[in-house]
Design a protein around this ligand. Structure first.
Ligand code: UT7
Length: 332
């Protein structure tokens, strides 16, 4: 049997730290409100001319490759998850492919927002298990600071999101004791417009107009409370689904790495599953919500800090725009 395991991981965040106090200068908000409602204290914003979604993905990929003891020539396929590609087309995957000395390998872009990394991992798992590829790079990278309006009008969204990238190398293995055990993917498109960015899209003859900009419809729209309610239901559900499919229980878990949406959401999930503090990881305080990048950044940090060790049972879980939600259970 061929299985897939994570053989290397890395992350990159832009150097530009934006604190809640910096945001107070730009909009009617307060450090107290942001910390109380989301747990976030600071986030990173990209530097124009230096950071792009593809270049940040490349930096994270280099670290993941180094750690897996591989070179770009060893990689057979790229899966790139982002909601904020450098161009409308082509996708960010091909831009990453030309940045490092990869061979002319396939590059697939995934568009499932906050669940993008887990969806990407699931794709890599399947390609490896069929024997088609041996080493796949799965990347999540986002530049979101420039799709948010840093003003009173955009404040419910702008205080939550940040920029950054994470990457993992998924590798073929015959060792059943260290591998991706399963992935579970879900979607409920009826709620697509609860968290979406409408323009520029292909529905209108004029993809962009002054009216669209004046009405702020080129900016993301989020029904925060509704998203929150669905998130606190779907996170525990999809974690339990993963455990059940593998005949395991909550007590077997060593670490849960949830998508970093909101510290209140993570605390709710922790409470619902009765997980002790050291079995669920949060770094949203320092990076905000980095969408498809949040899980690989948190996973890398947790691993670097010695919170994940060989043999541990690790669950990744995500929820976001679509709605989409997903989990991956790993034996580290
Ligand atoms: O990856 C998935 C992506 N999204 C999420 O996970 C978001 C899920 N939702 C949330 O995290 C929360 O709903 C938010 C953090 C977005 C908002 O927290 P909330 O407790 O649901 O606040 P609210 O939207 O009910 O707003 C409460 C008040 C309102 O004022 P009034 O009507 O009570 O006077 C808002 O206008 O807070 C006001 N408000 C703000 N005040 C200061 C909204 N945004 C801000 C802000 N600063 N940035």
């Amino acid at each position: 049997m061929i299985y897939a395991r994570i053989a290397g991981l890395g992350f990159y965040v832009p150097e530009n730290v934006i604190t809640n106090h910096d945001l107070e200068q730009l909009m009617d908000t307060s450090d107290e409100w942001i910390v109380e409602r989301s747990g976030i204290r600071e986030r990173r914003f990209f530097t124009e001319g230096k950071d792009t979604v593809a270049s940040m993905g490349a930096r994270a990929s280099e670290l993941a490759l180094q750690q897996a003891n591989l070179t770009p020539e060893d990689i057979d396929f790229i899966v790139f998850s982002t909601l904020s590609p450098d161009y409308n087309f082509p996708g960010a995957g091909v831009l990453l492919q030309r940045m490092l000395p990869f061979k002319e390998i396939g590059a697939l872009d995934v568009r499932t927002q906050c669940s993008g990394f887990v969806y990407g991992l699931s794709i890599a798992d399947q390609y490896i298990k069929t024997g088609m590829y041996k080493n796949i790079l799965v990347v999540g990278s986002e530049v979101q600071s420039n799709i948010m309006e840093l003003s009173d009008r955009g404040r419910n969204f702008a205080v939550l999101f940040g920029d950054g990238a994470g990457a993992v190398v998924v590798q073929a293995t015959e060792d059943p004791t260290r591998r991706i055990l399963s992935t579970h993917l879900h979607a409920q498109g009826e709620h697509a417009e609860m968290l979406y960015l409408e323009h520029p899209g292909s529905r209108l003859k004029d993809r962009m107009s002054t009216t669209i900009v004046e009405e702020g419809k080129h900016l993301p729209h989020m029904e925060g409370q509704a998203v929150f309610k669905h998130a606190v239901r779907r996170f525990p559900e999809v974690i339990l689904e993963a455990l059940e499919a593998n005949n395991l229980t909550i007590e077997d878990l060593d670490m849960v790495i949830p998508h970093q949406a909101n510290l209140r959401i993570t605390n709710y999930v922790q409470q619902k599953l009765a997980l002790p503090d050291d079995k669920i990881y949060s770094n949203i305080q320092r990076y905000g919500n980095t969408t498809a990048a949040s899980i690989p950044i948190a996973l890398t940090e947790a691993w670097q800090n010695g919170k994940i060790n060989q043999g541990d049972l690790v669950c990744l879980a995500a929820f976001g725009s679509g709605f989409t939600w997903a989990s991956a259970l790993l034996r580290w």
